[in-house]
Ligand binder design. Sequence first.
Ligand code: ZN
Length: 261
Amino acid sequence: MKYQNIEEFKKDQGYYLENVWYPRVTKICDIKSKPALYYFYGQAESFNAANQKKQKAASEGKIVHEIIESFISHRSIIVPEEYLGIKQAFEDFLKNHSLFSKIEWLEKKVKHPGYRYAGTFDVLGEIDGYFALIDIKTSSSVYDDYKLQTSAYFYALNEEPWLLDNQSRKIILPKEIEKRYILRIGQKKICERCGAVMRVKKMGNKIEDGDPNCEHRFGEILGEWELKEFEDHEEDFKGFLHCKGLWEWEYRDFLKEIGYL
Ligand SMILES: [Zn+2]
């Protein structure tokens, strides 16, 4: 993306925390080529159609986050019928894993003082006895790229083991973050005749497996979830820092003007 001026660049690529501008983790990771995304654009009827789909996916992601946060904070919300699969998936996840979290540990901004980047993580919590960072995704698979993003949050949190609440008060974390996970949550319907799986998504349902000649008869909406651990923190963080190096080169003129470089 090309920026008209420095203000536009600063607003899109980062934000201020305690009067210091930091670039956002997601923007830094965007510098890496994403073949799956290009394929998605290539398959779309038009660039606008693809962007509309992406917006739908983003709004779906937001709703999913809200549902899961209501569970964690024991807030009751009315889940729209088209998202009952998500609710079911999370309930099933909780039957299989112990999770303890708090409202203060949800969706907070963190920064790394040394490497100077910032971002917003999804969930901190004790999961099966380990203090962990959990990122929630609604994609149809767990992409390798998520390793970069989560390692950046992981190292930031272990560098400054506290969070700031809305009044900028420090919430000290009980211990170091020990593990990193992606919790992938989705909805599906299964064909009663051939067993084909329909992934139910706002941006368009996708049918996988089964018999292509079957006149599918899909059953009720079901939830599905996958908890994936990323183990090599150091390797992933190295990858993230390399992205950051390339990101800095790409925007060097703006960054020099800001005084970041
Ligand atoms: Zn079928």
